[in-house]
Design a protein around this ligand. Structure first.
Ligand code: LLP
Length: 431
C-alpha cells in the first residue's frame, strides 16, 4: 500500500491494521484518539539487531531517552539491560523512577544547570558529559561542595561534515553549539584531569541524528581517536582514568522505505575504537530503537476542499506530532482499515496554524469522517515533543506486548491543563 513498508510488528490482517496482533481500531475504541501505540516487540528486535553487530566488543548501549521517555518504554529498555542517556534533570528523574541503576545513567546536555549537576552527582551516575570548559569548572565546584569526585566525560565537537535530513539535527559540524571544538579539546582534557574534584572518564561525540550515511559518525570518531592518541602520548595523566569512548547516537530509521544504515559499518567502528584505546565503547541510539516501534492513531474529523486541494482534517495536530511542522518530516499515513480507493490530500490537524499538517499532497486511502488513520514511525520524537498548544490535552500512550495491551499514560484532562495556574497571583512586593 503506497510507498514505504510496514514494519513487522505492525501489519494489516484482513485489511485491518494491527500492532502485535491487537487491532488498532480496538485500542482507539477503548482509549480514544489521538493515541500513541508502542510495540515492545519492535523495540526488542531493533536492540537485538544492534547488539548482533556489537557482539564480542566491550560496549554499552545507553538508550537516548529524549527520543521517547515514556515510563512504559523505559521499562522495556531496562529489561533489555541497556543503560540510558539523559539530557536534563527531568530525564534523570524519569530514569531513576524507571529503575535504571545510577551506574547505567549518563547525563549530557549543552546547558546543564547547577541543580541538575548536583542531582546527578548525588545520584552517583556513571558520568556527566561536559560540553565546555566553563561547565567543567562548574561541575568541579559542585563536586567540591558535595565532597565527591565527579566522573566527567568530554563531549568533543569533531567538526566533520554531517549528512542528515535537516540542519536542526546536525550537531558535529564547525560552529555548532554542541561540545568542545576539537582544537580546544586537548587543553580542556588536560585541565579536567588536573582538577582534584574531577575524574576524566571518557571522550564523547554525537554528530547528528537520522544518519543513513555513517561517514560523519566514523570521521568524527577517527578525530576523537586521534585526540585520544595525542593525549596518551603527550599528557598521559589525562587518559589515566578514562574508561569509555562514546560514539553517540544518530542511527537513521526508515520512514519511507529508505534502506537503514549499514550496521556492519558501526560494528567495525566500535571494534576499531576499542582496539585503539582499550576503552569500553558507548553508543547512544534513540530513534533507531523506537521510531518504527510506535504509531500515532488519529481519527478523521472532516473532509473539505480549498482551492485545488483536498483536505483531510484529523484530531491529531502539530501539538501531538511536531515533526512534519518543524522539519517537514515525512511520516507514512494509512487508514486503519484499507479502502479500495485512493485520494491525494493535505492531512491536517485542528491547530490554528497553516503549518499544522501531518502530510502534504499525500496519496492516502479514501477516508471519511470517523475513519481511523495510523501515522507511522511515530515512536521517536513524537509524544516527547508534544505540547498543550491551543489548550489541547496531550494524547494517551499505549504499550503492546505479545498480544496484550495497556495504557502507560492516561490522556490528559482539562484539569491537567491548568495545574499550578491561578488567575490572581499571590502578590509580592520588593521592599
Ligand atoms: N546523543 C545525543 C547527545 C543526542 O543529542 C541525541 C539526539 C542522541 C544521542 C540520540 O540521537 P538519535 O539516535 O535519536 O538520532 N527531534 C529530532 C531529533 C533530535 C535529535 C537530538 N539529539 C527529530 O525529530 O528528528
Amino acid at each position: 500500500v503506497g510507498k514505504g513498508v510496514l514494519t513487522a510488528p505492525f501489519a494489516r490482517v484482513d485489511g485491518a491494521f494491527q500492532c502485535e496482533g491487537v487491532p488498532a481500531a480496538a485500542i482507539a475504541a477503548a482509549v480514544g484518539t489521538p493515541a500513541y501505540v508502542y510495540s515492545a516487540g519492535a523495540m526488542r528486535t531493533q536492540y537485538q539487531r544492534l547488539a548482533a553487530v556489537l557482539d564480542g566488543v566491550p560496549h554499552r548501549v545507553h538508550y537516548a531517552m529524549k527520543a521517547n521517555g515514556s515510563l512504559g518504554v523505559l521499562g522495556v529498555m531496562r529489561a533489555l539491560g541497556v543503560g540510558v542517556d539523559c539530557v536534563s534533570g527531568g530525564e534523570l528523574f524519569r530514569a531513576h523512577l524507571a529503575g535504571f541503576a545510577p551506574r547505567d545513567i549518563v547525563l549530557g546536555g549543552v546547558g546543564k544547570r547547577e541543580d541538575e549537576i548536583r542531582d546527578a552527582l548525588e545520584l552517583h551516575i556513571h558520568c556527566l558529559t561536559a560540553e565546555s570548559e566553563a561547565e567543567v569548572r562548574l561541575i568541579a565546584d559542585v563536586a567540591r561542595s558535595l565532597d565527591v569526585v565527579a566522573p566527567v566525560a568530554l563531549r568533543v565537537n569533531p567538526e566533520v561534515t554531517v549528512d542528515a535530513f535537516h540542519e536542526y539535527v546536525k550537531t558535529g559540524q564547525s560552529g555548532d553549539k554542541f561540545g568542545i571544538p576539537i582544537d580546544q579539546a586537548f587543553e580542556v582534557a588536560k585541565l579536567t584531569a588536573s582538577l582534584d574534584d574531577l575524574r576524566l572518564v571518557g571522550l564523547h561525540q554525537h554528530v547528528g541524528s537520522q544518519l543513513f550515511n555513517l561517514d560523519g559518525l566514523v570521521d568524527g570518531a577517527e578525530r576523537l581517536l586521534a585526540l585520544y592518541a595525542e593525549l596518551r602520548a603527550k599528557a598521559p595523566k589525562a587518559v589515566a582514568a578514562m574508561r569509555t569512548f562514546d560514539v553517540g547516537g544518530g542511527l537513521g530509521a526508515s520512514y519511507n522505505g529508505e534502506p537503514e544504515p549499514d550496521l556492519a559499518v558501526l560494528g567495525r567502528l566500535v571494534r576499531r575504537a576499542h582496539d585503539a584505546t582499550g576503552l569500553i565503547v558507548l553508543l547512544e541510539p534513540g530513534r533507531f530503537l523506537v521510531a518504527n516501534a510506535g504509531v500515532l492513531l488519529t481519527r478523521v474529523l472532516y473532509r473539505k476542499r480549498s482551492g485545488a486541494r483536498e483536505f483531510v482534517v484529523t484530531d491529531a495536530g502539530m501539538n501531538d506530532l511536531l515533526r512534519p511542522a518543524l522539519y517537514d518530516a515525512w511520516h507514512r499515513v494509512d487508514a486503519a482499515r484499507a479502502t479500495d480507493r485512493r485520494i491525494v490530500a493535505e492531512i491536517v490537524g485542528p491547530v490554528c496554524e497553516s503549518g499544522d499538517f501531518l502530510a502534504h499532497a499525500r496519496e492516502v486511502d479514501d477516508v471519511h469522517p470517523g475513519d481511523l488513520l495510523v501515522v507511522q514511525s511515530a515512536g521517536a520524537y513524537g509524544f516527547v515533543m508534544s505540547s498543550n498548544y491551543n489548550a489541547r490535552p496531550r494524547a494517551a500512550e499505549v504499550l503492546v506486548d505479545a498480544g496484550k495491551w495497556g495504557v502507560v499514560r492516561d490522556r490528559e484532562q482539562y484539569e491537567d491543563l491548568v495545574r499550578g495556574e491561578r488567575a490572581i497571583p499571590e502578590w509580592s512586593e520588593i521592599p
